[in-house]
Ligand binder design. Structure first.
Ligand SMILES: Nc1ncnc2c1ncn2[C@@H]1O[C@H](COP(=O)(O)OP(=O)(O)OP(=O)(O)O)[C@@H](O)[C@H]1O
Ligand SMILES: [Mg+2]
Length: 313
């Protein structure tokens, strides 16, 4: 597979009067990769994505789509980009078929090719049996699939999806995730935004974390997790009083930091497996009744909090 990036964001900056919505953001996505674009409300995700999709212009910087600049050659770049906005517009008195037909024509498709592409995207998103349904009668899940179908009409190499899973129920989220993975397996590059972080952990090859317009972290999920702490993280819950457990932990060698929440502890620990076994032995000998004691697995939610507030690092 070609290893050149399909999306290359270079020092992207966008100011709205005195608001720095995006400030010097750079990242790349290669064919076949799915990258999560994570950040709280107002972080600059939609602004970045709209510029990548040729819908807005940067104050500084550039975006290359398969090597083509969206500034120098937007018409050429646009044909390679599928942008799914965070809301599907309302179209009264329009069926799914009419909606797809309209956008397929807007992409320049005609004749056999037009019919073939509409059939292909409808099948992929499992909307084939709903082609005659009016758009204003669709559920949220159907609307999102229709929006994705529209985005795929011109068979773009790069997909930019702005919060595609928001408002979907858990089953629909899993279905949507499978569609996105199938598209990446076809060699497309995918940038997908969300502020529901756990939603991205199983979908994405890597994450880009943005806050107040600035890129705070970027990398494969595993490598970000290993950067959070060089020490071991352990989970502990005991039946004994919280204050007694806290005292025992504070006295124990190797315990660097302790966070407690509703009687459960996350312990940052400097030591090997034998030292960890000694810690457990101490807790038992002091009659603190440990009922949970295991390695702590960092999830994306926690990673994100550690980057934006520095709680773990
Ligand atoms: N057209 C505009 N005019 C003025 N300010 C804007 C405009 N568009 C975005 N902003 C500002 O830029 C910042 C980034 O907004 P953006 O919509 O990119 O955030 P976001 O990460 O997509 O947030 P959300 O998670 O809420 O969708 C915000 O402070 C927003 O108010
Ligand atoms: Mg947004």
């Amino acid at each position: 597979m070609n290893d050149a990036p399909l999306l290359e964001v270079r020092h992207l900056t966008r100011h709205f009067d005195d608001v720095a919505a995006v400030e010097d953001v750079s990242f790349q996505i290669k064919p076949g990769e799915i990258w999560g674009f994570i950040g709280p409300n107002g972080a600059g995700k939609t602004t970045t994505m709209r510029i990548c999709a040729t819908l807005d212009l940067p104050t500084k910087g550039d975006v290359l789509v398969n090597g083509i600049s969206v500034l120098a050659n937007p018409d050429n770049a646009r044909g390679k980009i599928g942008f799914m906005p965070d809301a599907l517009g309302t179209y009264a008195d329009t069926t799914i078929e009419e909606y797809l037909d309209f956008f397929a024509r807007a992409c320049g498709l005609r004749g056999d090719m037009l019919a073939k592409r509409i059939q292909s995207v409808a099948e992929f998103t499992e909307l084939g049996h709903l082609m005659g349904r009016m758009m204003d009668s669709l559920s949220k899940g159907m609307s999102q699939r229709l929006c994705l179908a529209k985005t795929l009409l011109h068979d773009p190499q790069l997909l930019i999806l702005d919060e595609p899973a928001s408002g979907l129920d858990p089953r629909a989220r899993v279905d949507f995730r499978e569609l996105i993975r199938a598209l990446a397996n076809q060699g497309k590059a995918v940038l997908i935004s969300s502020h529901i972080l756990s939603e991205l952990s199983e979908t994405c090859d890597g994450v880009i974390v943005i806050e107040k317009g600035r890129l705070v972290r970027e990398g494969k999920v595993e490598s970000l997790a290993s950067n959070v702490s060089k020490n071991e993280l352990l989970n502990l819950r005991c039946l004994a009083k919280t204050s007694d457990v806290e005292i025992a932990l504070a006295e124990h060698p190797g315990v660097l930091k302790v966070r407690e929440s509703e009687g459960s502890f996350v312990i940052e620990f400097d030591g090997d497996e034998k030292d960890i076994a000694d810690l457990l032995k101490t807790l038992v000998n002091k009659n603190l009744s440990p009922v949970e004691f295991h390695w702590h697995r960092i999830d994306l939610e926690e990673l994100f909090l550690s980057f934006t507030e520095g709680t773990l690092s």
